[in-house]
Design a protein around this ligand. Structure first.
Ligand SMILES: [Zn+2]
Ligand SMILES: [Zn+2]
Length: 305
């Protein structure tokens, strides 16, 4: 499982109909990242058979309770489990003070190195690049400072054709082929053309996370060409004015954003507790964009297998 997104929670404001607050796992080769950490997220890890110990970094979009109230409990549990590895937590200004205050008054200690990185708002930029994955943030249009995140591959190698196996190539020759270079002899003449021995690299894959936000076309350049786009759809269109006044989006607006940004697949989430039945979210989004699904807890969406 090379690049995937697993949903642990997708409910806004008040938990309802068995749905939990926002949390999802992004897995990229050996790395596991958590985006948002609503109340009870550590229990959702257990329920959906995901390992807390595998977490390498956490991203908090904003400081509304449905996106971060599970964080302190999860950080404490990791300490009780004997974690020694550093953990990076990215989030809005104020997150460090919140965690420090909770530690102070509960007289608790986190035993592993905890690195809280506060994001400037309304800035955007690259947070880090690691193992061929680049993670960036951008400002969203919500009631308080809120950040969207993208996870995109930096580059892909040329893929060796099976014929390479019979050529007794050295490690450096193989590395050269993967970079797209020809193989030369000692006089600098072409021995093998790259195109004869490799297939072109596959497309770099991208995942974008946008919650919570008003419909806002300023984020188009940031999330464009996503293979998978999670966009909040708190309401249906009959409550478009409520979506507007509370700085949220409707399912139709999420669909419109997907069609504007050349997205391959749209994932709808952050459903209001007023809706028991979620099928209408799909129907409404599909008036703008065909390939969409609901972010149902426990489902894993594969971007690259
Ligand atoms: Zn929310
Ligand atoms: Zn919010």
């Amino acid at each position: 499982l090379n690049f995937s997104v697993k949903i642990l929670g997708s409910c806004s404001a008040v938990p309802a109909f068995g749905r939990h607050h926002s949390a999802q796992l992004v897995k990229y080769y050996g790395s596991t990242f958590l985006i948002d950490c609503g109340e009870g997220t550590q229990l959702q890890f257990q329920l959906h058979k995901s390992k807390l110990s595998k977490l390498t970094r956490i991203f908090i979009s904003h400081l509304h309770g449905d996106h971060f109230l599970g964080l302190f409990g999860l950080l404490s549990t990791l300490s009780l489990m004997g974690r020694t590895k550093q953990l990076q937590v990215y989030g809005p200004k104020g997150l460090r003070e919140i965690i420090t205050t909770q530690l102070k008054y509960s007289q608790s200690i986190i035993k592993y190195p905890l690195d809280i990185i506060e994001l400037e708002f309304p800035k955007s930029g690259i947070l880090f690049e690691e193992n061929n994955l680049r993670v960036s943030h951008c400002p969203l249009d919500h009631r308080i400072d809120c950040h969207g995140f993208t996870f995109e591959e930096v580059k892909q190698s040329h893929r060796l054709k099976p014929t390479c196996e019979n050529l007794n190539l050295s490690k450096s020759q193989i590395a050269n082929l993967k970079k797209g270079n020809d193989i030369l002899n000692e006089n600098g003449e072409i021995l093998h053309k790259n195109e004869d021995l490799t297939n072109p690299p596959r497309k770099c894959k991208k995942y974008s996370y946008c919650s919570d936000t008003k419909y806002d076309e300023r984020i188009v350049p940031f999330i464009k060409d996503s293979d998978l786009l999670y966009h909040e759809a708190t309401f249906l269109n009959d409550l478009a004015s409520r979506a507007d006044s509370t700085y949220h989006s409707t399912a139709q607006q999420a669909g419109k954003m997907a069609s504007l940004t050349n997205t391959s697949k749209l994932l709808l989430g952050h459903f209001s507790s007023r809706y028991k039945e979620l099928r209408p979210f799909i129907q409404e989004a599909q008036t703008e964009f065909e390939n969409c699904e609901l972010a149902i807890e426990g489902l894993e969406f594969f971007i690259e297998k």
